[in-house]
Design a protein around this ligand. Structure first.
Ligand code: GTP
Ligand code: SPV
Ligand code: MN
Length: 611
């Protein structure tokens, strides 16, 4: 019953692989995605006919569509995500492991005949500008038009990538099928040694847009270790200072902890008047290399935003509101009667009715059988929109060498403990700060909301190899980076006795970034605490911000006793890496411990000039 599949390319190996996968999945036909507008329109029409996309009100939202995923398929499924290295110890204690043989065998069963009645699309894509030495090429085979249309926004798709492949033949083989969307037959598999990704049984973004987390972080981090660069879960932004210079920073926060919002903030009035302006380079992934000048240079390998919808409005993120007015795919938000969309924390009044993310009639105030409110949008509802539509997009987006990084920022969602901002003492201590990051769980992944989990460098779910080796890599890179960025930690999420956020966050975060940059330029003194340098209250410019007196001081408190308790969690986390954990990190741990113990006997904060 062998079908004759047709697929033309001069790259013989590529052709053989595509045909072989087609024989496994049994699609009706193979279709090459060429990135053209005509093909895009055709796919949109077909997706609408098939009910995969709902066209939105084209007068208000031109080129926009709504998609609903299955209700059991609304976030990344980390427990079904595996790194399949030949040796189990190579993935470390924080990754799920399956042997390549077992993984291929198990997934092959799910892929067998999975595309019957559908087409197999061949998406050639480049992460990073086509032809840049930073870039990596992938080819994703998928039976989902939703995936094709999203990939066309998120990555560079088209014939020029195929041409590149004909020259180089180095690419990541990505296979995806929605199959029957059965959570019991769902697997997200990475084969770093084969440069291959297999994803089956899901239709949710992070599980299926294989350029993003799967290639852009898991496989890329593995390559980066070997090739001596960094693939990180970081935003990249340019901060234009009043003197006209633009400085770039990269910041790693766990999923749904504010990368997108920070990357495209509009300066608050007080700072705007001073002359600050923001340039957005990326909101999720940063690939960084040491260039010949000894600095770290970063590109955003993506071309789109796959951003969290709930909470996005004209106050929290006006640039995003502007960005998603056209050519945007909305996933799992509320459909209003007028053919526009809504979500919790969106602009405008709460609609009197609509169809919610589950496809059910919805009215405000509804509750389910357990008395829980029925939501209009899923908390992890997202939009996919082209970067170039962002009013603050950086003109350096397409530059093959990216942008030079002045500061690296780590951060998490901590109701207590971590102060608004602190600076590490040096690179090694900065790596310790990143390696001991922790955050409260959000809706971006399955699991118990609010639970504190350690998420080093925001990479716990995205590191494609043993995290102990990953820390080693971070430490080793110090030798190569002659002009190393300073490393900071921020926390926008500290709360008061009433459970309210102490810090207004969002655009006001620029006030903290201003301090960070002035520290990079050695322009201000700081207060030395056991955990690092914190700002003197007078050095955070609060012009135009109504912050009650004493609040900033509260935000900056470093409580030694709490940190000593935190050390237990850190030590537990470190211990699982056994003797593979770099000893430098244990040294940092011991040093912090003794600073905290000494500190609790003395006056906690000692002001010291560090200029
Ligand atoms: P991923 O796309 O999952 O990697 O998430 P992200 O890190 O880009 O997070 P995003 O910017 O989308 O923010 C996620 C949630 O955090 C949204 O609900 C925001 O409204 C909220 N948020 C972002 N910045 C701040 C802030 O400064 N303060 C507070 N309190 N909330 C914020
Ligand atoms: C994240 O969860 O960190 C995201 C969304 O950016 S996803 O692409 O689904 O991983
Ligand atoms: Mn992310």
């Amino acid at each position: 019953m062998d079908k004759k599949y047709k697929f033309a390319t001069r790259n013989k190996a590529l052709k053989d692989w595509v045909i072989k996968m087609a024989h496994l999945c049994d699609p009706d036909a193979i279709i090459l995605v060429d990135g053209s507008q005509e093909q895009k329109s055709k796919l949109e029409k077909e997706a609408v006919t098939a009910g995969e996309l709902i066209p939105l009100n084209q007068d208000v939202l031109p080129g926009c569509y709504l998609h609903r995923t299955n209700i059991n398929d609304v976030a990344r499924t980390e427990h079904l995500t595996y790194i399949c290295s030949r040796k189990k110890e190579d993935v470390g204690p924080t990754n799920n492991w399956m042997s390549p043989e077992a993984a291929y065998k198990k997934a092959r069963e799910f892929f067998k005949g999975s595309m019957k009645g559908r087409n197999m699309y061949v998406i050639p894509f480049s992460m990073g500008p086509v032809g840049s030495p930073f870039s990596k090429i992938g080819v994703e085979l998928t039976d989902s038009r939703y995936v094709v249309l999203n990939m066309m926004i998120m990555t560079r798709v088209g014939i020029d990538v195929i041409r590149q492949l004909e020259k180089e033949n180095k690419y990541t083989k990505c296979l995806h099928s929605i199959a029957d969307l059965d959570v019991n037959r769902r697997l997200i598999l990475h084969f770093p040694e084969d440069n291959t990704i297999w994803s089956v049984g899901s239709g949710y973004g992070g599980n299926v847009l294989l350029g993003k987390k799967c290639l852009g972080l898991r496989l890329a981090s593995y390559m980066a270790k070997k090739e001596k660069w960094f693939a990180e879960h970081m935003l990249i932004m340019g901060i234009e200072e009043p003197n006209g210079r633009i400085k770039y920073i990269a910041a790693a926060f766990p999923s749904a902890c504010g990368k997108t919002n920070l990357a495209m903030l509009i300066p608050p009035e007080g700072l705007r008047r001073k002359g600050y302006r923001i340039w957005t380079v990326g909101d999720d992934i940063s690939w960084m290399r040491v260039d010949s000048d000894g600095s770290l240079w970063a590109i955003n390998p993506e071309t789109g935003f796959f951003g969290v919808a709930p909470g996005t409005n004209s106050t929290s993120n006006p640039s995003m509101v502007e960005t998603i007015k056209k050519n945007t795919i909305y996933t799992n938000v509320l459909l209003k009667q007028d053919g526009t969309v809504w979500w919790e924390g969106s602009d405008g009044d709460v609609p009197s009715r609509g169809i919610n993310w589950q496809g059910l009639q919805w009215k405000p105030g509804m509750s389910d059988n357990h008395g829980e409110p029925v939501l209009a949008a899923h908390p992890n509802a997202r939009f996919t929109a082209p970067l170039i539509q962002c009013p603050t997009i950086s003109y350096r987006l397409e530059q093959h060498h990216g942008v030079p990084i002045s500061a690296i920022i780590f951060g998490g969602r901590r109701q207590y403990l971590a102060p608004l901002v602190y600076e590490s003492f040096n690179w090694q201590h900065g790596v310790f700060v990143g390696a001991t990051m922790a955050s409260e769980r959000t809706a971006a992944q399955y699991g118990k909301l609010g639970e504190v989990r350690r998420d080093p460098m925001a990479m716990l779910p995205f590191c494609g190899y043993d995290m102990a080796e990953y820390f080693r890599h971070w430490l080793d890179m110090a030798k190569r980076i002659k002009r190393a960025p300073k490393i900071f930690h921020v926390n926008w999420f500290r709360i008061d006795e009433n459970g309210k956020f102490l810090w207004p966050g969002y655009r006001e975060n620029l006030r903290v970034l201003e301090w960070i940059l002035s520290r990079c330029d050695n322009e201000v003194d700081a207060v030395k605490t056991p955990i690092g340098f914190i700002p003197r209250a007078q050095d955070i410019d609060l012009t135009g911000l109504q912050l009650k007196s004493g609040v900033l001081e509260k935000l900056l408190v470093v409580n030694n006793k709490d940190w000593l308790v935190e050390l237990d969690g850190i030590s537990k986390f470190f211990k699982q890496f056994k003797n593979k954990l770099p000893k430098e990190l244990w040294n940092e741990y011991e040093a912090l411990k003794s600073r905290l113990e000494r500190g609790s006997e003395r006056k906690p904060d000692t002001v010291r000039g560090t200029k």
